[in-house]
Design a protein around this ligand. Structure first.
Ligand code: PLP
Length: 455
């Protein structure tokens, strides 16, 4: 029978010269806590009859515990899935300039709410707002934390206690718990469902206005699509109708492209500029979807309405932080300078030609000495352009055990997230940033033992 007294005390471990280095790296409090945790676990093990490890082994267990506790859980990964706007993997990667601006503004004090010309207090959202106005032709712009917040804010400020008419086909759930009817309820607006699931027409909206609707809402169906016998009024038509009755039209654009997606052989997504030109009074969209910037909710539209929104208490609660504004600033500048395709990673990924991707896959295979090249499709993701994809080439690896191979890839530094199709591991170069290739190849080489040799 082993006595519990055989286990060294916390002090004994702390005083062991081999613990010195841990104390230096992790501090006394944290190290002491880890020693306690390890000793507690070992005490339990002792009761089951296991022998007590030596002090050296215990210290290495403490070291292991501390290293794993110090590992940051929010870490960069290599996205080899080919899903360009992967919400679980953080949506849009930022441009070098956006990152540099975030670094510069974050490292010191800034003009966040300070007007350099007058030396007086300024407004935080003027920064990106000026660029948004120049880029889209909007009368005014506001930036909040994300688009879900933007929709809630706009409805709360403009439609609380009022009836808002929206087509039944647009009462969607976006994912992550964002449901249009729920957000509307939360804002205090009253939902007036118009038309049927598949078809809604102008007359349906006229009826809704006769029933007391005070605002019309058009919402992007996001990652949902109705195909077949379906129709609903165009944004411009709704705008005309709303304005005939002196009512505002609000549009939740979702992804909010500012580039013409048909350039990349994708279906046309209404751009922020187009909906504003069509007479929409307020439009909101995400900063980190097709815009390719940091997480943000962008609100554009009529100056009088935006002033009302700015004065609402929720605006203060949802306002964007300085790092978001710094990143958005730099991202918008790329569009203004006409260099989005070269500088914004997301747009560059959309623009990549299959031939360029093919060359990359071939270079990987040559370097790795295993794997094969197959044709495939990259998807947009993030609720943008449902059912739309881009032709690509994939690196295909046949694995002995897919669960083991994917787990091994996730253990790389940085972790590699791949796509799985039956017994094939598929990696799409489109979503892998060129500077990540070295790490990718190193990671793939280190899991070679999981790959089946191909003839
Ligand atoms: C993505 C999306 C939202 C939510 O935007 P977040 O920036 O993720 O908060 C709202 N509405 C639509 C139509 C969307 O596609």
């Amino acid at each position: 029978m082993v006595s519990l007294r055989e286990i060294p005390s916390v002090d004994q471990i702390l005083q062991n010269p081999n613990t010195e280095q841990l104390l230096g790296s992790f501090g006394r409090d944290w190290t002491t806590q880890a020693v306690r945790e390890v000793l507690n676990t070992e005490r339990e093990e002792l009761k089951t009859g296991k022998p007590c490890p030596s002090e050296e082994v215990l210290i290495s267990m403490v070291s292991h515990e501390l290293q794993s506790q110090a590992q940051l859980s929010l870490r960069p990964v290599i996205n080899a899935t080919g899903v360009i706007l992967h919400t679980n993997l953080g949506r849009a990667p930022l441009s070098e300039d956006a990152l540099a601006q975030i670094q510069a503004v974050g490292a010191t004090y800034s003009t966040l709410e300070f007007d350099l010309a007058s030396g007086k207090r300024g407004k935080r959202d003027v920064h990106a707002a000026d660029q948004l106005i120049r880029l889209t032709g909007a009368e005014a712009a506001l930036i909040v934390n994300n688009n879900a917040g933007a929709v809630l804010l706009v409805l709360s400020a403009l439609a609380k206690g009022k009836k808002v008419a929206i087509s039944r086909s647009q009462l969607v759930e976006i994912g992550g718990g964002f449901r249009i009817p729920d957000v509307m309820k939360q804002s205090g607006a009253k939902l007036l469902e118009v038309g049927t699931t598949n078809r809604t027409n102008r007359a349906d909206f006229e009826t809704a206005i006769a029933e007391g609707a005070k605002m019309l809402l058009w919402a992007h169906q996001s990652n949902f699509q109705i195909v077949g016998f379906s129709s609903s009024p165009e944004i411009a038509e709704l705008g005309n109708l709303a304005h005939q009755h002196c009512l505002p039209l609000m549009v939740d654009l979702g992804s909010g492209a500012v580039v013409d997606t048909t350039r990349y052989s994708l279906r046309h997504e209404p751009t922020a500029m187009e909906v504003l030109a069509a007479g929409v009074d307020v439009v909101c969209f995400s900063g980190d979807k097709l815009l390719g910037g940091p997480q943000a909710g962008i609100i554009l539209g009529r100056a009088d309405l935006l002033e009302k929104i700015r004065k609402h208490p929720l605006y203060r609660a949802l306002r964007a932080d300085k790092l978001c504004l710094a990143g958005l600033n730099a991202t918008l500048l790329h569009y203004l300078k006409g260099e989005a395709e070269e500088k914004i990673p997301l747009i560059r990924m959309l623009a990549l030609k299959p031939e360029e991707i093919k060359t990359r896959v071939e270079a990987w295979i040559a370097e790795l000495g295993f794997g094969s090249r197959v044709k495939g499709r990259s998807t947009i993701g993030g609720g943008s352009l449902p059912g739309q994809d881009l032709p690509t080439y994939l690196l295909a690896l046949r694995c002995k055990s897919i669960p083991r191979a994917t787990a091994a890839l996730r253990q790389q530094n940085p972790p590699i997230i791949a796509r799985v199709q039956e017994d094939l591991l598929l990696l799409d170069p489109r979503t892998i940033l060129p500077w990540q290739e070295k790490d990718l190849l190193k990671g793939l080489k280190s899991i070679e033992n999981h790959i089946e040799v191909q003839e």
